[in-house]
Design a protein around this ligand. Sequence first.
Ligand SMILES: [Zn+2]
Length: 328
Amino acid sequence: MKNTTAYIILIFIMTFFLGMGCTKETQEQAPDESPKQYEGILIAPDSVFRHIESQVSFGPRNPGSKGHAETMNFLLNYFSNTADTAFLQRFSSTVYGKTYDMANIIASFSPEKSDRILLCAHWDTRPFADQDKNEVKRTHPILGANDGASGVAVLMEIAHILSKQKPEIGIDIILFDGEDLGVSGDNDGFFQGSRYLAVHYPLPKPRYGILLDLVGDKQAEFRYEPISREAHSVLLDGIWNIAKKRRSPYFIHETGNAVSDDHVMLNQQGIKTINIIDVNLVGNTDPNPRRQYWHTSQDTIENISSHTLADIGNVLLDFIFTTSQDIF
Ligand SMILES: [Zn+2]
């Protein structure tokens, strides 16, 4: 009885001091718990939209075409003027009996830093509009205002801003070639650039990667993509949380369809990569007829919104400058 009383008093005293400790700790930690604010340069919607216009002005950009060769020079020149280093990773692949000379376009910011992250998209466009309603057009190459140009446009504008302000972490921007050469249903024909890059990674390996694909539609919807969730759920949630904080109307906090894309090639080689993609465009399953333009001649600039491009770009900039260094 006596022992019990002493025990209760001891617990009471311990609880009191522990409680005090907790209170103190909570007070000291409180400022760090509030979300960090990004106060850097934001993306100008007009500037990012111009990057769509300039790519589309070269016409279709499928490997082997005139537009492909011209766009490669244009992008290399652009990134040489914005990044600390920029170069081509040339390779060739034989797809369905035809050999293509291709190049991944690589731009590095703070290349001396060993802690790095990867931002990527594909810059080539599809050589045939095989989903077009008009049978004649199914053999024609597409313009790829969204499928190709949108991810590149956002990364071009991010590069412009990174040339003026540097985050803690090193950034590599990689634009893949030969993403869209495959015949529907045959994955081996697709993802030539990311397949090559993942095996022949030309830089120090990044902590993780973020892929952008189909990110420019006026009514874009970015849902959690299941392969990305499996690859790196902390990264996925980190980005969607920033979108929520910024009240982005495009990031939807629910799970969407899984999709084969360049991120699969990177994940297979141990580079944990998530995909931000308007996945309902793929397969033209969206109920909105205007949004049924994937792999058709209708993938044109009329579907693109500068607001969408700027919004996703600002979510990424906010992530890069406030959160990227805390995720491994
Ligand atoms: Zn495509």
